[in-house]
Design a protein around this ligand. Structure first.
Ligand code: DHB
Length: 399
């Protein structure tokens, strides 16, 4: 039986768990990460790639952004399409210079893992957490398995950064939280293709054949998505059909979509989920363990990193001032941004997906919103400031 003693035991080496470990170490707080999957798996897992200004600033501050700065692409605006008409929402002038950066989530995970191991940080791969013990006491434990051997992490706190299906949330008593869940009646078929991006900035499009999104990963790799049925399957779509659909849905006068070999295809369901309490005793949840947003707007990773900021504030208060106050306030503080992100992700999803008859009442509402972006700088600003992410100080003004 292997016993590891640390201050904060972290389950999950995704963006939340890794950022938390680095940030705690910066403040002299010890952490150990156990991760169910292999290193190859977590570094190869294709996810979104939109980093808000806050996220980039945090990674820079932690000294983890060298490759991100070199290879990531800062975007100063976004294109929005509706029925073939395209408008641009500029970020700089509407948000006082805040921006987004496109850099794949798995690249963030790669960089943070490498840096953590290089610092001598402890991280066990292929080490599933089996059970949490004593979360209502001052000395909780994570029981895990590694290389066929059982082990225990003995710690002061457990941070469950173990995703939607993880053990963290399942270990909270059912009556400790209320659950909110919405499933959308469509999914995304996402592709990665070896082809130069057809636009230097992202394009979100409503079309009567459904939503489409043009994103990118590098000068040679494009990332694109189309709305499909929930019961659809990648095998139903040939490469030619996907390119044809993207070209029609993203189309606007004078613009052409480049196509090329597709090397990754997958379907993602769309859901909004969250719980109204992310702490029980000495157990804290962060990231997808506590909330899922639909991907439109790219908020998932950014919310996870924002959770971590509030957790670090709390752990510092505990270890530096012996106060539990900030930790006990964690859910309340984190949920303000989570609600904001749920609203914005829902707004972007509703605005750009085909859900109602073309020409129907609800379609007209979608179109009226799109028209309003062009009519009102205030409305465009609302979109821009949510898209790049509100500064942390903004939420402090709320009770
Ligand atoms: C990406 C994904 C998103 O959901 C989004 O809103 C923007 C970009 C991406 O994978 O690049």
């Amino acid at each position: 039986m292997k016993t590891i003693k640390t201050q904060v035991g972290i389950i999950g080496a995704g963006p939340a768990g890794l950022t938390l470990a680095h940030w705690l170490k910066k403040h002299g707080i010890e952490a150990v990460i156990i991760e169910h999957r292999s290193r190859e798996y977590i570094q190869g897992r294709v996810r979104a790639g939109l980093l808000e200004q806050n996220t980039v600033d945090i990674l820079k501050e932690l000294g983890l952004a060298d490759r991100l700065v070199k290879e990531g692409q800062e975007h100063h605006g976004v294109y929005l399409n509706f029925d073939g008409k395209r408008v641009r929402v500029p970020f700089g002038q509407l948000t006082g210079g805040r921006n987004i950066t496109i850099y794949g989530q798995q690249e963030v995970v790669k960089d943070l893992t490498e840096a953590w191991l290089a610092k001598g940080g402890q991280l066990l791969f292929e080490a599933p957490a089996l059970e949490l013990e004593g979360i209502e006491t001052d000395s909780p434990k994570i029981h895990f398995e590694h290389n066929g051997e059982k082990g225990i992490v003995e710690c002061d706190f457990i941070a469950a950064c173990d995703g939607f299906h993880g053990l963290g949330r399942k270990s909270m008593p059912k009556d400790a939280y209320k659950e909110y869940s919405v499933t959308y009646p469509f999914s995304w078929l996402g592709i990665l293709a070896h082809v130069a991006p057809s636009s230097e900035e992202l394009i979100y499009a409503y079309h009567e054949r459904g939503f489409a999104l043009h994103s990118l990963r590098s000068e040679k790799v494009s990332r694109l998505y189309i709305q499909v049925e929930n019961d659809d399957h990648v095998d139903n779509w040939s490469d030619e059909q996907i390119w044809e659909e993207l070209s029609v849905r993203l189309g606007t006068e004078g613009w052409k979509l480049n196509s090329g070999p597709i090397f990754e295809k997958s379907i993602t369901p769309m859901r909004s989920y969250f719980i109204d309490n992310m702490q029980h005793g000495r157990l804290f949840l962060a990231g997808d363990a506590a909330h899922i947003v639909p991907p439109t707007g790219g908020k998932g990773l950014n919310l996870a990193v924002a959770d971590v900021k509030h957790l670090v504030d709390g752990f510092r208060d505990f270890y530096e001032k012996a106060s539990m106050q900030a930790l006990d306030n964690y859910s309340t503080v984190a949920l303000k941004r989570i609600w904001r992100a749920q609203d914005f992700s829902n707004f972007m999803t509703t605005l750009f997906h085909k859900q109602y008859e073309h020409g129907s009442f609800h379609y007209q509402l979608q179109k009226a919103k799109f028209d309003y972006i062009q009519l009102s700088e205030a409305y465009a600003t609302t979109i821009a400031e949510n898209y790049v992410g509100l500064p942390f100080e903004s939420f402090e003004a709320l009770d």
